[in-house]
Ligand binder design. Structure first.
Ligand SMILES: Cc1cc2nc3c(=O)[nH]c(=O)nc-3n(C[C@H](O)[C@H](O)[C@H](O)COP(=O)(O)OP(=O)(O)OC[C@H]3O[C@@H](n4cnc5c(N)ncnc54)[C@H](O)[C@@H]3O)c2cc1C
Length: 479
């Protein structure tokens, strides 16, 4: 019998696992995808919002503000990229200025630090802002994070401390027993004293397996464009439009690794796996982005992607326990990422009400740091190469990623099993060539390190094989 089963390995499931890993508990995380952060937690704006936006007295406001403050220490312990670059919300006309003025009231009530900038002050700190901008709200505590690294870091630390992760296993039924729950997957049947439903856009389906009060989550799609890093100066803060009823609106922001992100759109969709992008929607995103900046570096556009928000009719987070021992995380749309450190504390408190939480003796607070060769000096690189020549073999030339880093990403706890898994952890394929040069090399490393045939290397989930058959002779396994 498990003490706790967590369904879903997005940021919320991973954070709950990380929190509970401190205690002498038998914890299992079940994830239907081939990796952590494969759904919404891997396809969002990656902003750790400051918390001025949500209406005061909502759970979103409370958890966003607390969550934001907790990020520095957690990212330090887990070696996750996080930068407090500050956000600027821009108003271009009288109507938008009225919305901005309301936001300042929220900021005061939510106790979030901010400054109001006039158009001259604004242009001084952010020269690329549109000349139409009249007034802006600067929130210095807003940050950007690497969301893949965050989820992997949380799960790796949880696993270092004994939590179990079962990937590619889908929860199909849950039975409410006299004591605890039976969780039935496509592979196994488990029993647990407590079940945490962190299934994102599917959280209604998990709830509806066991709770007579049926819930509904509607997916709301957000489409983005990603721009490569370039040497000329561009925006250095996260630029937001004033929010509308459809959400926070389009943003323009740098990412932690120097790329730029423009988006997202906000459209309800029928299917929970609809992560397609369309020319029409992205053209609208561009139009919206021109309300923030006068220049968009279209010649550096390298990719589009989409993520799904888990919209609940309350339009707030719903963290409840409709039946003793069954904990729901519903409607975890934005600012769900920013709030996750605080959301997981709420879940921890609920678990504490039911189980004796005894500290683990050998608990490890930190995870082993990553190598990050592209951030090292030449002297530091040479030292590493002397220890392990794989660090001298540059696999991804765009992002400067060595074989040594990829091998390390495969062999850690919560290690990469697929090409996408390697990409999410150490970035080969994120650069200008989008994997055109490095993908075959990454495949060879995966095959060698996992001791599988090249034909069995997958891009991502089940069936996503890249190679079909050998055309002639044996594979050349030299890199
Ligand atoms: C366009 C967009 C932009 C956003 N921008 C921001 C932002 O800048 N800042 C911010 O704070 N928030 C942002 N968010 C919100 C944030 O991304 C989410 O709140 C957060 O990622 C939700 O995490 P989660 O763990 O609840 O869900 P998910 O990441 O979706 O994880 C749920 C997991 O459960 C698994 N699962 C589902 N059903 C089952 C099953 N039956 N069995 C096993 N596993 C199952 C799924 O495969 C999935 O991996 C944004 C969201 C979107 C869509």
């Amino acid at each position: 019998m498990f003490d706790v089963i967590i369904i879903g390995a997005g940021v919320n499931g991973a954070f709950v696992a990380y929190r509970l890993a401190k205690y002498q508990l038998n914890v299992l995380v079940i994830e239907k995808e081939s990796d952590v952060a494969n759904e919404t937690s891997g396809a969002n704006s990656a902003i750790i919002h400051s918390g001025y936006d949500p209406n005061p007295n909502t759970l979103k406001a409370k958890l966003n503000v607390i969550g934001n403050r907790l990020y520095d220490d957690i990212c330090h312990d887990l070696d996750v990229e996080f930068k407090r670059i500050g956000s600027i919300t821009i108003a271009c006309n009288e109507e938008e200025i009225a919305v901005l003025d309301n936001l300042t009231k929220n900021a005061i009530q939510n106790k979030v630090p901010f400054t109001i900038l006039d158009e001259h002050q604004l242009r001084k700190i952010e020269p690329f802002v549109t000349t139409k901008a009249k007034k802006a709200l600067f929130a210095p505590t807003s940050g950007i994070i690497n969301p893949f690294e965050l989820c992997v870091g949380l799960m790796e630390n949880a696993m270092d401390n004994g939590v179990k992760l079962h990937l590619e296993e889908e929860v199909k039924h849950i039975v409410n027993l006299e004591k605890g729950y039976q969780v039935i997957t496509n592979k196994e049947t488990y029993q647990a004293k407590i079940v945490v439903n962190a299934a994102g856009v599917f959280a209604d389906e998990i709830n509806n397996m066991v709770n007579p009060h049926q819930e509904k989550i509607i997916p709301r799609k957000g489409e983005y464009m990603v721009f490569d890093h370039f040497t000329e100066p561009y925006v250095t803060h996260t630029l937001f439009s004033v929010p509308t009823s459809r959400g926070k609106g389009v943003l323009v922001t740098p990412s932690t690794h120097g790329n730029y992100l423009i988006g997202p759109s906000s459209i309800f969709v029928g299917e929970k796996d609809d992560e397609s992008t369309s020319k029409e929607t992205l053209n609208e995103v561009i139009e919206q982005a021109y309300r923030l900046v006068d220049k968009i570096p279209m010649n550096h556009l390298i990719r589009q992607f989409a993520g799904l928000r888990a919209y609940h009719e309350s339009n707030d987070f719903v963290i409840n326990q409709p039946i003793p021992g069954f904990i729901n995380l519903l409607g975890m749309q934005s600012p769900g990422l920013a709030s996750a450190p605080a959301t997981s504390l709420e879940v921890e408190a609920m678990v504490k009400e039911q189980l004796d939480l005894v500290d683990k003796e050998n608990y490890q607070k930190t995870r082993r740091p990553l190598y990050r060769l592209n951030k090292k000096t030449l002297a530091e690189r040479s030292k590493l190469i002397k220890q392990n020549p794989q660090f001298a073999n540059m696999i991804c030339r765009c992002e400067q990623i060595s074989e040594g880093e990829i091998v390390d990403a495969i062999h850690r706890n919560c290690g990469a099993r697929t090409v996408k898994g390697v990409k999410k952890r150490v970035r080969p394929g994120f650069g200008k060539c989008q994997g055109g040069f490095c993908e075959p090399l990454v495949m060879k490393i995966l095959a060698r390190e996992l001791n599988i045939d090249m034909n069995d290397v997958r891009f991502n989930n089940k069936g996503s094989y890249i190679l079909k058959n050998k055309t002639k002779g044996e594979h050349d396994d030299t890199l």
